[in-house]
Design a protein around this ligand. Structure first.
Ligand code: PRP
Length: 211
């Protein structure tokens, strides 16, 4: 029997995913060692493999079939636009993709002016402004702490995920428009879905019952 390989987005999402998988009898002892520098973990008995990757790389591993199954946020799935099947909403990691900024930027969003939008999600930002709002904007790609951009005058607004809203609040910013809801999703490689149909459906169905 071949291994079924899971690619998990590093961090909190991976931890929650392993907790959830544990409840349907899928586990990996090797992974529990927090000090390990190993990159790939195996459960020989169940013929499963697991690895942790940077969230934005998870869809890439799954599209190319280097992983059969991935767990990653919908924000990343939308941004990466890879060819894969999204099979399950795992329910955790809930947040909203929003346009945010100072209250004063609200006007600019309704004025169809050329504004600057900073984001870690340039693809989502572009799609929203060009195809949903039909507003021409300049998109500035950042890699983190995006809330800084409107404060220091790099952009008028940002497109980012909002979970509790406290980062925005503590920086005098707020949600101006909501783009979509996001949460952790299970994704599957298109070929694996056919070749390993039985084993993968078993996993999906057990999770469905649990959720
Ligand atoms: C994310 C996001 C917001 C914050 C939202 O950033 O980009 O900054 O969390 O959470 P909140 O609404 O609960 O405050 P992350 O912590 O991933 O760091 P980064 O901005 O450096 O990428």
């Amino acid at each position: 029997m071949r291994y079924i390989t899971f690619a998990l987005a590093k961090g909190r999402l991976a931890k929650k995913t392993m907790e959830l998988l544990g409840q349907i009898g899928i586990f990996c002892e090797e992974m529990k060692d927090e000090k390990t520098r190993k990159l790939i973990f195996v459960n020989e008995e169940l013929k499963l493999q697991f690895f942790l990757a940077k969230a934005s790389d998870v869809p890439t591993y799954v599209e190319y079939g280097a992983a059969d199954i991935g767990v990653v946020g919908r924000d990343t799935i939308l941004e990466e636009g890879r060819k894969l099947y999204e099979v399950l909403d795992l329910g955790f990691g809930r947040c909203r993709m929003c346009v945010a900024g100072p209250e004063s930027a609200k006007e600019l969003l309704n004025s169809k002016q050329l504004i600057r939008v900073a984001s870690k999600y340039p693809g989502i930002a572009k799609d929203y402004f060009y195809h949903t709002k039909h507003q021409t904007v300049e998109i500035i790609k950042l890699n983190g702490s995006v809330e800084l951009a409107p404060i220091v005058g790099l952009s008028e607004v940002i497109v980012d995920i909002v979970e509790t809203g406290s980062t925005l609040r503590e920086n005098g910013l707020g949600v101006l428009e909501e783009i979509c809801e996001c949460s952790a999703r299970m994704v599957v490689n298109e070929v694996s879905m056919k070749m390993e149909q039985e084993r993968i459906y078993d996993i999906i169905n057990s999770l469905k019952k649990l959720l």
